[in-house]
Each structure stands twice: as C-alpha cells, then as structure tokens.
Design a protein around this ligand. Structure first.
Ligand code: AP5
Length: 186
C-alpha cells in the first residue's frame, strides 16, 4: 500500500507511520527526519534548510522533492509501497507529487488524517522537548508550526477528500488504539 500520514505537529504521524510501515512491510519515509539528518550532517542542503526548520516554516519545495521523491519511487518499486509522513504538506506539493509518481504507478492510494485537539498537540510537543532536542519544540515555534499547518496543510484535507482517498482517524486515544483504528479505516 502507498499512503501518507497527514496531521498537525505532534499528532502522531511519526509514531503511527513507523507502526504502519512495519505492519505493511514497506519503508517509512519522513520528510522532517530526512531534513534533520541533513542538518546534523552539516551538508549544503542542511545549511540551506536549518533556518526554516528552526522557525517551523516549510522548506522550499525543490529541496524537499530532491530529498524525498527518489526514496518514494525506490520504495514503490522495491517494496511495493511506502508510508510517507509529513509529505506532501501543501496542495501545491500534492499536485506535483501526483504528476511525478503516476507514470511509475507509485501514486498515493490512501491518506490518513490524524485529528488531535490543539491543546493536546502543544502539550505533547512540550513534554517531548527535553528528550527530542529539536530546535522547533519550543512554545514559540510550536505556535508557528500550528499556524503553518492550518494555512498550508489543512487545505490538503479537502483536496484528498475530493480524490476519495482520505481516511480521518481520531489521534488522541492511546497509541495502540489509534493504530487499530487506522488499520480498520484503511
Ligand atoms: P516534521 O518532522 O514533519 O514535524 P511535524 O509535522 O511538526 O510533526 P512532529 O514530527 O513533531 O510530530 P508527529 O506528528 O510526527 O508526531 P510524533 O509521532 O512525533 O517537520 C518538521 C519541519 O520540517 C517542518 O516544520 C518543516 O520546516 C520541515 N518539513 C517537513 N516536511 C516538509 C515538507 N513536506 N515540505 C516543506 N517542509 C517540510 O509524536 C509527537 C509526540 O507525541 C511524541 O512524543 C510521541 O511519543 C507522542 N505521541 C504520539 N502519539 C501519541 C498518543 N496517541 N498519545 C500520547 N502521546 C502520543
């Protein structure tokens, strides 16, 4: 199966994405993880994107596509599917992804939208801050990430609903329960 996880910052895209990938036997490809790895490795791409990550702003599309798309196409070909997490993240990215994957038969089949109340998202990220070491897990940047999610990413919900591939799941129960609900929805 070829699917992506959609949801606000802290909604469980990574947690559930990893579980689903394991369950389905396909790679889990998280755009945020790939970008942070570039920053840690101090590559040219890492230097280019670090200010965006620190500010909770979307990284320019061409950088994300260069990094993520080859992994998506390879996973579809070699493993027969993938679980994406955090990508695509805007309607413009979704349209571009569709164009670039359809010829390879690698286009998205399902989108899992995790819904979690905003107060819980903030609390989860603040709770995680000390352990994660992420520069964007501060109250100020979390607020900006939520704003970017609302303006840039939530329009994707209507976009994918219209495509008929959206599955909406409550993401605020215990993680095991959320996994079960996602599997049932798929
Ligand atoms: P990204 O890494 O995608 O971050 P995010 O969307 O802000 O989401 P998080 O990774 O913080 O949370 P999550 O939803 O994965 O939840 P998690 O499972 O970790 O993106 C970071 C940045 O990269 C962006 O701001 C942007 O700059 C850039 N970027 C990434 N993709 C891009 C793209 N496509 N285009 C442009 N720029 C891009 O869980 C969070 C916490 O909650 C954890 O502590 C977890 O243990 C806990 N938790 C999870 N599930 C539960 C549960 N059911 N109950 C209680 N706690 C739970």
């Amino acid at each position: 199966m070829r699917l992506t996880m959609l949801g606000g910052p802290g909604s469980g895209k990574g947690t559930q994405g990893e579980r689903l990938a394991q369950h389905l036997g396909v790679p889990h490809i998280a755009s945020g993880d790939l970008l942070r790895a570039q920053v840690r490795a101090r590559t040219e791409v890492g230097r280019r994107v670090s200010d965006y990550l620190d500010a909770g702003q979307l990284v320019p599309d061409e950088v994300v596509f260069d990094l993520v798309l080859p992994a998506v196409l390879a996973a579809a070909e070699e493993s027969g599917g993938y679980v994406l997490d955090g990508f695509p993240r805007s309607v413009a990215q979704a349209i571009k992804v569709e164009k670039l994957t359809v010829d390879a038969g690698a286009q998205l089949e399902r989108v899992v939208f995790l819904v979690v109340p905003e107060a819980e998202l903030v609390q989860r990220l603040l709770d995680r801050a000390a352990a994660s070491g992420r520069s964007d897990d501060t109250l100020e940047v979390i607020t900006d990430r939520l704003r970017v999610f609302k303006t840039e990413t939530t329009p994707l919900v209507d976009y994918y609903r219209a495509c008929g591939i959206l599955r909406t799941v409550a993401g605020n129960g215990p993680a095991d329960q959320v996994t079960e609900e996602i599997l049932a929805a798929l």
